[in-house]
Design a protein around this ligand. Structure first.
Ligand code: ZN
Length: 313
C-alpha cells in the first residue's frame, strides 16, 4: 500500500461568488448600494476575482434585476476581475454593455437537470455557447464555463466522468480556457473528487480547472483538500458560505470563503486574502440578509487570539 504524497501548492486562487451565487439564493433582496458595498469590501479584503452579477432574466431572478446598475457602480481596478453569469444571447447583450472582465456560461452534466434548469438539452446549451464565446471574444471578454451537477445529479444520480471529459473537450474547441466543476447538490466525496480531477489533468494537462463545492452535507472542505491533493488551485467560494436553495437559507450553501482562507493560511498556503476583513464584511452581510452566516470560521471570529493578562487555569 502506497501512501498518498501531496504536493502542497504555495498559493491558490479564489473566485468569490457571494454577490451572485450567494445573494441570488437569499429571499431578502439587497438594495443596489449594499451589493456595491459588499463587492467593494470583498475587493479590499484581497479578492481579485469576483462574480458580481447574473444576467438571468429578472422575471426568473428578481434578486439580480439591478445587475446593470451594480456593474456600473462597482470600482474598477486592474487588479480585480469581475465576472458575470450569462444564460443566453439576450443575457449576453445586457452583460456586454456593462463591460465585465469575464463571462461565465453554465451547463449541467446531466440531461434531466439541464432541462429542468434551462429548458434545453445539453447539446442545445453547448451549441448556444459558440455564439456567446465568439461575440465575447470580439468584445475582448474571456468566457469561462461551469459544469453543474458534475459530481452527481438530484434526478439521475451518478454522473460518469466521461461526460465531463466530453464537455471539456467541446469547450476547449471553442476557446474556453477555464472550466469549473460544480458539486451543485453537495454529494461529491473526496475520493471521487481526487479521481475526477486526476482523470481530467491526464487528458487535458493545460486546463485551468476550477472547483465549486456546496456544503449541504458538510463535505466541502474535505473535497477542497482532496482537490488540492490532485493538483487543483482554483476554487469558487462565497463569503459566509451563503448560497444554495432560496427556500432553505443557511442550509447547503457554498464553501465559505472564510473557511477556505483560514484552513489554507493556517497550512501555509497563501490566498492573499485578509481573514479579519472577511469577518468584518461578514458581520455587515449578516445584518443585511437578516440571518446568521453558515461559516464556522465567521462564528469563531477567525483565528484564535491568545488571551493576555490572565492566567488560564
Ligand atoms: Zn454555488
Amino acid at each position: 500500500m502506497q501512501h498518498l504524497q501531496i504536493l502542497w501548492p504555495d498559493s491558490i486562487d479564489i473566485r468569490e461568488v457571494s454577490p451572485r451565487d450567494g445573494l441570488q439564493a437569499e429571499p431578502q433582496i439587497l438594495p443596489t448600494e449594499q451589493k456595491v458595498e459588499l463587492i467593494k469590501k470583498l475587493g479590499q479584503a484581497g479578492l481579485r476575482r469576483i462574480e458580481a452579477a447574473s444576467f438571468v432574466h429578472p422575471k426568473w431572478l428578481p434578486q439580480m434585476a439591478d445587475a446593470e446598475e451594480v456593474m456600473r457602480q462597482i470600482p474598477r481596478s486592474a487588479n480585480i476581475r469581475y465576472s458575470v453569469l450569462v444564460p443566453n444571447l439576450a443575457g449576453l447583450e445586457r452583460a456586454l454593455g456593462t463591460k465585465p472582465d469575464e463571462i461565465t456560461v453554465f451547463v449541467s452534466a446531466s440531461e434531466t437537470h439541464n432541462r429542468k434548469n434551462v429548458n434545453r438539452s445539453i447539446e442545445e446549451s453547448v451549441e448556444g455557447f459558440k455564439t456567446i464565446v465568439s461575440r465575447s471574444h470580439v468584445s475582448g471578454v474571456e468566457v469561462s464555463a461551469v459544469i453543474v451537477t458534475a459530481f452527481g445529479c438530484p434526478y439521475e444520480g451518478a454522473v460518469p466522468v466521461s461526460r465531463i471529459l466530453d464537455l471539456i473537450d467541446q469547450f476547449q474547441g471553442m476557446g474556453i480556457r477555464q472550466v469549473t466543476l460544480g458539486d451543485t447538490v453537495g454529494t461529491a466525496n473526496p475520493r471521487q473528487v481526487y479521481h475526477t480531477i486526476k482523470t481530467i489533468y491526464n487528458r487535458f494537462p493545460d486546463i485551468m480547472l476550477g472547483l465549486h463545492f456546496h456544503d449541504n452535507r458538510g463535505t466541502a472542505l474535505a473535497n477542497m483538500l482532496a482537490a488540492i491533493s490532485a493538483g487543483a488551485t482554483y476554487f469558487d467560494t462565497a463569503l459566509g458560505g451563503i448560497g444554495g436553495s432560496p427556500f432553505s437559507p443557511g442550509a447547503g450553501g457554498n464553501l465559505a470563503t472564510e473557511d477556505l482562507v483560514y484552513i489554507l493560511e493556517e497550512s501555509g498556503i497563501s490566498t492573499r486574502v485578509e481573514l479579519s476583513s472577511l469577518i468584518a464584511t461578514g458581520d455587515l452581510l449578516e445584518q443585511w440578509i437578516g440571518h446568521e452566516l453558515p461559516s464556522r470560521v465567521h462564528r469563531a471570529r477567525g483565528r484564535m487570539v491568545p488571551v493576555s493578562g490572565e492566567r488560564q487555569e
